[in-house]
Write a protein that binds this ligand. Structure first.
Ligand SMILES: [Zn+2]
Length: 383
């Protein structure tokens, strides 16, 4: 059946004004004013007074649960679809971390397919934190070429838990994602976890300076871990790269403030993304009692930091929202997501004027209504 979203104030992310959006199956087929459909059954949603944006993209989530860093029982359980929908996330990229020994890429692939079947869109990076790389098929390039869900490869640098990859080892992985990418029309990126060691992304800056065409295949994340790393990240963005600001995990300052600082230094929101690092394991030590507790890293902070950019930072919504819509789509080279455009997937977030998320559509299906998630994964009935 056709669906018609009426009277929403549409941010595509550009501010388009009050528009109607016609949806057929999973796609946006028409955007216009006072659209009328005759002779066909249409279900209508009136969002007068509300804001409609593209569905959010979270490009770094441990969808099968992060590995434990305090023994087997500290391994994090996998994410449930409703948890992503509750945050407005309609597209997610899953990956392994340090857990490449106890969590399998095949399980990660199956989880992507499961999320897809339940109604949201999921992709994955092959390999994990370390070297030698782990793959499903015989190489990173083959994973990109022959596995629909694989859009890139994961690697960690400048972390005392990493494999301390050398420049040539990083270049060889970039070569693999590049060959695998252009063969499968995915482009292919190397998603690089950056740890707290002083070297930061110096090696990536070096590669970008020597081989400028490779920068579009390099995607450093966790770049606000330290101030020195963030300054390197700004240099990387000035060379034409995309930088990913984690809204969870270690931060030298609040994520929205770092984005404002980068903007002050001339970096466009089109070169920056937010991602949650959700479902990684977070260890907390109570400062008073010394009690140690574990919890999964939260998934909701991409949107809450975006709201703070608007409310506390004074950034227009059409700018702030890019960090979780058009910019990750650009970084991942997903060409049917991240924008409200005819022919694109019908993924939307709807919010009130105070920027509270009220409705979510994923590939044309209403998943959240009146702030309640109404579509859940198969084993979530008790929630
Ligand atoms: Zn992570």
């Amino acid at each position: 059946m056709l669906k018609l979203i009426r009277n929403g104030l549409v941010y595509s992310p550009d501010k388009l004004g009050k528009k109607d959006i016609l949806i057929a199956e999973e796609k946006i087929v028409k955007i216009g004013e006072n659209l009328s459909i005759s002779g066909l059954e249409v279900s209508e949603f009136d969002f007068d007074g509300k804001i409609v944006t593209p569905g959010f993209i979270d490009q770094h989530v441990h969808i099968t649960g992060g590995g434990g860093q305090a023994g087997y029982s500290s391994m994090v359980p996998e994410v449930q679809m409703s948890e992503l929908i509750a945050c407005g996330t309609t597209t997610v990229v899953g990956m392994l971390g340090t857990d490449g020994f106890v969590k399998e890429l095949t399980t990660l692939y199956a989880k992507c397919k499961a999320l897809d079947m339940d109604g949201i869109t999921a992709y994955m990076h092959t390999s994990y934190y370390g070297l030698p790389e782990k793959t499903i098929l015989s190489s990173v390039a083959n994973d990109l070429i022959f596995i629909d869900k694989v859009i890139g490869c994961k690697l960690a640098i400048s972390d005392d838990r990493s494999s301390f990859p050398s420049e040539i080892e990083i270049l060889r992985l970039i070569n693999q994602v590049r060959l695998g990418g252009f063969t499968s029309n995915k482009t292919g990126i190397l998603h690089v976890h950056v740890g707290a060691l002083e070297s930061g992304i110096e090696v990536l800056l070096e590669i970008a300076r020597k081989y400028p065409t490779l920068i579009q295949h390099i995607s450093p994340t966790h770049v606000i871990r330290t101030k020195a790393l963030f300054e390197q990240a700004i240099r990387f963005a000035k060379l034409g790269g995309m930088i990913d600001v984690s809204t969870g995990g270690t931060q030298y300052d609040e994520p929205y403030k770092c984005v404002l600082e980068a903007i002050n230094q001339g970096i466009s929101v089109d070169s920056m993304t937010f991602s949650s690092d959700g479902r990684g394991g977070v260890k907390r030590t109570d400062p008073k009692t010394g009690e140690v507790t574990y919890r999964p890293a939260p998934l909701h902070r991409n949107f809450s930091e975006t709201v703070r950019l608007v409310k506390e930072g004074g950034l227009p919504l059409e700018e702030a929202i890019r960090l979780i819509t058009s910019s990750p789509a650009k970084n991942l080279k997903i060409n049917n997501k991240g924008f409200i455009r005819e022919g694109f997937d019908a993924d939307f977030c709807v919010m009130d004027q105070d920027l509270n998320l009220t409705e979510v559509f994923s590939r044309g299906t209403l998943m959240m209504e009146g702030q309640q998630v109404i579509r859940k994964g198969k084993y979530e009935t008790s929630m």
